[in-house]
Design a binder for this molecule. Structure first.
Ligand code: ARG
Length: 390
């Protein structure tokens, strides 16, 4: 029993013909100043019933109240102030904590419903950054809280393991990469190659097209491209796991963006069926002006799919797989617009469960007032930060 429940019971013992236990508990206040006790009972609402001044009611009630369990009970004007017996309260609380252990404070509002939590979700072939730390630890805390209140959290690491950047990385590796070096130091070497690609591409814009072509090859299942991609992915996962071990955080699923590669056709078909796709300069878009949002770009001119298309496939997959009560995305606030569009497109498709999807944003971590950029090599490595902290 918490303090209010204890006090409510004592007061109810003397007023029980006139107020219910719930009414008494509802009336109780937490005084702003400790000088007025821990819990206060205002007697105004009894004035009508008893046809007496509240001050008088307070004094009369206080006389009948069993105050043995309290440090003291004081009447101040129309209020009865209760001072809890700190020794007793501490003893009771600690005894309960010891008895109930990790189940202390459990309650069930979740009915065991599933709640997928999209969290951490770093991009492979890049180091986990400080930004991913926030998603990881906030996501994990939310999972623990949900579990405590009776939900089944499903922690999903939606790895960034697909997209044009892997085309760029394949091009960079084939041009300048040394297998030996990548084997010994995968993340650092792959990051160097990625940074190098962007430096060179500034002077040699044709590289960008090569990168896009290499990604198309990957999408079409070209053996060499797929093998390189698999290798980059597994090396990256090994590195990520070191960090998750340090944090003591585990995941229920590592299905990342690549997993949805063969599930996007269905999305495009559904959009076509519902006549939602529009052509715009060769690209396929969904108009979202009804939601006051810019159109969602579903397919690029070259047929390549996009981040949002993969997220649509992932949302549908999660609904089908987990029949979720809520679906959470713990992702930085720089992606707020993306999640607004994502929810809007799904809603437009008639998926009303998109209302149960929630983006949980957090602020951007900057260094010297600037955004951390993997491309520019100014990223702060999470592993270094954790080691420093330890
Ligand atoms: N990989 C992305 C990033 O590092 C985060 C992915 C968030 N989750 C999602 N379903 N879009 O920015």
């Amino acid at each position: 029993m918490n303090n209010k429940e204890v006090v409510a019971k004592i007061i109810f013992d003397v007023v029980h013909d006139d107020l219910t236990l719930d009414q008494v508990e509802y009336l109780l206040e937490n005084p702003k100043s400790a000088a007025h006790g821990d819990v206060a009972f205002p007697t105004f609402s009894l004035a009508k019933i008893y046809r007496k001044a509240p001050q008088q009611i307070a004094s009369e009630l206080a006389e009948q109240i069993d105050d043995t369990a309290f440090e003291k009970v004081e009447v101040v004007g129309p209020y009865i102030n209760f001072f809890m017996d700190k020794k007793k309260v501490s003893h009771d609380v600690l005894t309960t904590v010891i008895e109930q252990g990790e189940h202390y404070g459990d309650f069930n509002i979740g009915n065991d419903d599933n709640v997928p939590i999209d969290m951490s979700s770093p991009n492979i072939a890049k180091p986990i950054s400080m930004g991913h730390l926030r998603s990881t630890v906030i996501g994990n805390s939310i999972a623990l809280i949900l579990q405590k209140v009776g939900y089944q959290p499903v922690k999903i690491n939606h790895l960034g393991d697909w997209g044009t950047q892997f085309g760029k990385l394949i091009v960079a590796y084939k041009k300048w990469g040394i297998e030996e070096k990548v084997r010994n130091n995968p993340i650092e070497e792959l990051l160097n190659l990625y940074v190098e690609f962007h430096e060179k591409a500034e002077e040699e814009p044709a590289l960008e097209e090569e990168g896009r072509a290499a990604f198309r090859k990957l999408e079409n299942g070209d053996q060499e491209a797929v093998d390189l991609w698999k290798w980059f992915r597994s090396e990256s996962l090994k590195e990520f796991d070191k960090i998750y071990d340090m944090l003591g955080i585990t995941f229920d699923s590592y299905k990342g963006e690549a997993f949805y590669e063969d599930k996007m056709d269905e999305i495009v078909e559904l959009l076509e069926e519902k006549h939602l796709l529009k052509e715009d300069r060769g690209a396929e878009i969904v108009d979202l002006s009804a939601y006051d949002l810019n159109p969602a770009l579903i397919k690029k001119r070259d047929g390549g799919t996009l981040y949002i298309t993969r997220d649509m496939a992932a949302a549908l997959y999660r609904k089908r797989t987990y029949d979720f009560a809520k679906s959470l995305y713990v992702v930085g606030n720089e992606q707020s617009y993306h999640f607004k569009q994502l929810k809007a497109v799904l809603k437009e498709m008639g998926f009303d469960w998109s209302d149960d999807m929630h983006h949980i944003p957090f602020g951007l971590i900057t260094k010297d007032g600037k955004k951390l950029s993997t491309r520019k090599g100014t990223v702060v490595l999470l592993e270094e930060v954790l080691n420093d902290a330890i």
